[in-house]
Write a protein that binds this ligand. Structure first.
Ligand code: SF4
Length: 231
């Protein structure tokens, strides 16, 4: 698959403040999750595939168990399909397990995953998000990884619009330094999962409210309402 192109986006003025406050919040409030403690590409990949369509809480049991049974890409590549499907039982969306197994077989010859999203996306079951996530979370590449949570935050904070516009904005927001990009991508996902949630975003307690288009609009609406209520 060719590298996907995106329109270019201009960096918003609020981007620096957004990133600074987001990272400070993540340092204090980010959850301690097993896949955040590793840079092992295989372990990162397994977590990303499992997290597609599945809540973090359910992975606390499945993720360590799967890795205990198949500790490396090579172990997974050599495993029987029935064994892989057996470990996946109960997680649902079984195409993920089949694709992960095919991927392991496809790369088992050289035993390593590529670090370039343009190469990762050619592997079975790897879409644009997973390619970016593995490149960033395993290899600390300064690339965007836009899942549903990230797209929601970007749309509300900076840019409405279609998927292409959101990816383009994500690309200009991601720090150029790979380690900082790792923290940024984790942090913006965490914000979408814990604060900027789908149904009722928790704007009053949001750390980036000052830098967010929606947050600022709601704050000025609140101020106007309070002024009207003054005797
Ligand atoms: S201020 Fe509200 S809309 Fe903006 S990022 Fe925070 S929770 Fe989301």
């Amino acid at each position: 698959m060719p590298r996907q192109s995106s329109p270019r986006a201009a960096k918003p003025k609020s981007a620096a403040g957004f990133t600074r406050r987001l990272l400070a919040w993540f340092d204090r409030h980010g959850r301690d999750l097993p896949w955040r403690r590793t840079r092992d590409p295989y372990r990162v990949l397994v977590s990303e595939v499992m997290l597609q369509q599945t809540q973090v809480s359910r992975l606390r049991e499945y993720y360590p168990r799967f890795l205990e049974r198949f500790p490396t890409l090579e172990h997974l590549a050599r495993a029987k399909k029935s064994a892989v499907m057996g470990e996946w039982k109960g997680l649902g969306y079984y195409a993920r397990a089949r694709n992960l197994h095919s991927l392991a077989k496809a790369v088992s010859g050289n035993g390593v995953l590529p670090d370039d999203p343009a190469e990762l996306i050619k592997l079975p079951g790897v879409g644009r998000y997973t390619a970016g996530a593995v490149a960033s979370f395993a290899f600390e590449q300064p690339v965007a990884a836009v899942d549903t949570n990230v797209a929601r935050v970007i749309r509300r904070a900076f840019a409405g619009g279609n998927e292409k516009r959101v990816w383009a904005m994500a690309a200009v927001l991601v720090p150029k330094d790979g380690k900082k990009a790792w923290r940024f991508n984790q942090a913006i996902m965490e914000l979408g999962a814990l604060v900027c949630v789908a149904r009722k975003p928790k704007c009053p307690e949001c750390p980036v409210r000052k830098d967010c288009r929606t947050g600022r609009r709601l704050a000025s609406k609140d101020r106007r309402r309070q002024q009207r209520q003054k005797p």
